[in-house]
Ligand binder design. Structure first.
Ligand SMILES: *Cc1c(COP(=O)(O)O)cnc(C)c1O
Length: 325
């Protein structure tokens, strides 16, 4: 039985093209990318091809991309890595109250280690206040970490302006772009981004592969000890199949960006307008305009969200995932 799957913010299926690209790297081209013989060198070449695809997608340089195991690891490496490497300059971090747990809990850990964290409020639509951000900056501030787009309500933050404020004050700016990749065209220079986290399984690559962009010249420390992979910043034998999948997926989604995005926008707005016309007592959470193309988040008055979810799961019957559309 096919199902209607409405939770691409939680995870996406692996696209067929991505899956086929990946398959040989499990059992035919299975070389260790750090090995010097040809099987290893071939794997290494594919890893570097994928690195270029990821870099191209966000207008970065290949050497600024580090592969990780997931979005959570990228967030941890970015936040802890920057804080540990820059602790002589200060111990203050600014983030928001609506970040993913990977960011919030990394900050909690840092607080236990003597760092100070400001958690910015957001308004009713989920936006941080730029004035409050500027006012929170002090001499000790070394890092601002604000998510590009929220995973629940889809609100897209004014990333360019946040980056401007950070850079005017000589502060490093990290953004968790896990929800934004594939949904927004990102140019790390235009958006003033120094570090950016992404995760493959949110855009049709498999679970267990992520990447972190770190602008050339930004100091950050590794958080895991081991071999010299990823320029000594992320130990562990490269997940070659996953990396190939990530590269293929990001290329595929941006090659088809306009068409895909338009389809999602139409579906989103159709869905929201139908609910609005229905006469049900609903409230759209988040911003109507600055929200992810694939996101709708709605409260139904008097209805418990958990109960509604289970009832809808009971009534499932058709799949409208990207593969089936
Ligand atoms: C899914 C998600 C993460 C975590 O990514 P994983 O690869 O599942 O660890 C982090 N941030 C946001 C905004 C997410 O949506």
């Amino acid at each position: 039985m096919k199902i209607r799957y409405f939770d691409h913010a939680a995870t996406t299926p692996v696209s067929e093209k991505v899956l086929n690209e990946m398959l040989p790297y499990f059992n035919i081209q299975y070389g260790n990318a750090s090995a010097m013989y040809s099987l290893g060198r071939q794997a290494k070449r594919k890893v570097e091809e994928a690195r270029k695809k990821v870099a191209d997608a966000i207008k970065a340089k290949s050497k600024e991309i580090y592969f990780t195991s997931c979005g959570s690891e990228s967030d941890n490496l970015a936040i802890k890595g920057v804080c540990y490497a820059n602790k002589e300059k200060g111990n203050h971090i600014i983030t928001s109250k609506i970040e993913h747990h990977a960011v919030l809990n990394a900050c909690k850990t840092l607080e236990k280690q003597g760092f100070r964290v400001t958690y910015l409020n957001v308004n009713e639509n989920g936006f941080i206040n730029l004035g409050e951000l500027a006012n929170s900056i002090c001499e000790d501030t070394i890092l601002i970490s604000i998510m590009f787009a929220n995973n629940e309500i889809g609100t897209i933050q004014p990333i360019k302006q946040i980056g401007e404020i950070a850079h005017k004050n000589n502060i490093i700016f990290h953004t968790d772009a896990v929800q934004a990749i594939g949904n927004i065209k990102i140019n790390v220079d235009e958006y003033n981004i120094d570090l950016l986290s992404m995760s493959g399984h949110k855009f049709y690559a498999p679970k267990g592969i992520g990447a972190l962009y770190v602008r050339e010249g930004i100091n950050f420390e590794k958080i895991q000890d081991g071999g010299h992979q990823e320029k000594d910043k992320r130990a562990g034998t490269e997940n070659v199949a996953g990396i190939v999948g990530l590269g293929c997926a990001i290329e595929e989604i941006y090659d088809n960006f306009d068409e895909y995005n338009k389809k999602l926008l139409n579906l989103r707005d159709y869905y929201i307008s139908k609910l609005e016309e229905s006469g049900l007592d609903i409230k759209l959470n988040g911003d109507k305009v600055n929200r992810l193309a694939g996101n709708s988040n709605i409260s139904f008055k008097g209805v418990n969200a958990g109960e509604l979810l289970l009832a809808l799961d009971e009534a499932r019957n058709l799949c409208i995932c990207r593969l089936c559309m």
